[in-house]
Design a protein around this ligand. Structure first.
Ligand code: C5P
Length: 402
């Protein structure tokens, strides 16, 4: 069965381009947002047309592009009204210094600025893109503060190398980040103001510099939960064992290898967190007699004698903290899920334990989560990991003590 999840299905977005070299990156965003089901009406300032042609934007959006407030193709000549009514959001990317200034002061001297003033309740998101000195200029910063007061949502800017060769803050965030921020914008903010600490992935216990003992875990579920918690408005810290996954946008990631490193990183942040979600597949033991040099095969063919000692149980320790976060555990089992998961929940002392059958979900993109709590057992429908993660975040937000 294929699960196709269109993240922007039925969403109508007005995309405004203003003058900046980052216009070329927005072409990619339009294609990707279209693939996710969005209908995109592109509006460009005259300056934007110096950087990318309206033909390109028309071809990618599959719709007419608007530039001129006196566009005779618009029957009532009120594109600034027509475009915003029924739109789910207006996104300005790239947003130039000049355009931020115009927005902050309610100026309306071209189609894009006019439709922003005429937008009514339509949400406005802006992705600034400019040279670092232009971004740091006190006038720009004053304008940005005004825009925040007016509930305009700022996406970025990012730090890094700039088209002019300078390095600093002011780069537009990348097209895939704009896309994930737009998708996030439409998710319910059920964890607004909360701090969520999550562990994900495997741990890796060293035998010698080239050999480790690890658990099979892609980290996909934990990363999806981190993304879903951020989308729900939380501040998210993700303590991650070794994985090949990209960090979800806006999530703070702390990389660890061993269970003891994971324990230390978690304990550093546990008391400041409202929720702890322990998704990592933590090794139960570490090798006491690990070697600083590569172990060599002996002539007789004998195997090394490894000695193990138990690792700290991170979840149980956090759950036992007085005034600590609300804790969620995970259990991947190969059999007797109900019996083992509920026993694990009681042993760890957590209000919610999420179980799944390892052979069904390992390496897969679909997951089946079963919730175990005081009131009994309930299961979420099998679904892609990101959707399951959103459903779990929703369930957690409903169970948090008020
Ligand atoms: O039975 P087990 O101890 O493996 O329980 C799994 C749950 O406990 C998971 O949430 C896992 O992240 C957590 N755990 C932990 N520290 C360990 C072992 C497991 O936090 N040392």
């Amino acid at each position: 069965m294929r699960h196709i999840m269109l993240e922007l299905a039925n969403k109508r977005i007005v995309l405004g381009l203003t003058g900046g070299i980052a216009c070329y990156k927005v072409a990619e965003f339009v294609r990707r947002a279209g693939e996710q089901g969005a209908t995109i009406d592109v509006v460009m300032t005259q300056a934007a047309t110096q950087f990318i042609t309206p033909v390109t934007m028309q071809a990618l959006s599959g719709r007419p592009v608007y530039i001129d407030p006196w566009d005779s193709r618009v029957p009532n000549n009120m594109a600034h009204i027509n475009l915003t009514r029924g739109a789910d959001a207006i996104l300005i990317a790239p947003a130039s210094t000049d355009f931020l200034a115009k927005l902050a002061h309610g100026m309306a001297d071209d189609l894009l600025s006019t439709l922003c003033v005429a937008r009514g309740n339509c949400p406005l998101l802006v992705a600034p893109a400019m040279n670092r000195e232009m971004w740091l200029n006190p006038a720009t910063q004053r304008n940005v503060a005004l825009l925040r007061q007016d509930a305009v949502q700022l996406l970025g800017p990012a730090e890094g190398e700039q088209a002019c060769g300078e390095v600093g803050s002011g780069r537009m965030i990348e097209p895939d980040q704009i896309l994930s921020e737009l998708v996030a914008f439409f998710q319910p903010k059920t964890l607004a103001g909360k701090c969520v600490l999550i562990t994900a992935g495997p741990t890796s216990e060293r035998i010698d510099p080239v050999r480790v003992i690890t658990n099979r875990s892609s980290g996909k579920t934990g990363y999806a939960i981190a993304r879903a918690a951020r989308e729900a408005g939380a501040k998210v810290i993700l303590v991650s064992g070794p994985t090949a996954l990209p960090t979800p946008y806006g999530v703070t990631r702390l990389n660890v290898e061993s269970a003891r490193q994971m324990h230390a990183a978690v304990m550093d942040h546990a008391r400041d967190s409202d929720i702890f979600i322990s998704v990592a597949a933590v090794a139960d033991w570490h090798v006491v007699n690990s070697s600083d040099q590569k172990l060599k095969k002996t002539a007789g063919g004998g195997a090394p004698q490894l000695e193990f000692a138990p690792n700290p149980d991170i979840l149980a320790e956090v759950a036992a903290l007085e005034g600590g976060p609300w804790c969620v555990g995970f259990a991947a089992e190969t059999e007797n899920l109900d019996e083992y998961a509920e026993a694990k929940r009681r042993r760890k002392g957590v209000p919610l334990l999420v179980g799944n059958l390892a052979h069904k979900v390992m390496d897969a993109d679909i997951t089946e989560l079963v919730l175990f709590e005081d009131s009994g057992r309930s299961s979420l429908t099998p679904q892609p990991k990101l959707q399951a993660a959103r459903a779990l975040v929703q369930a957690i937000s409903q169970r948090l003590p008020r």
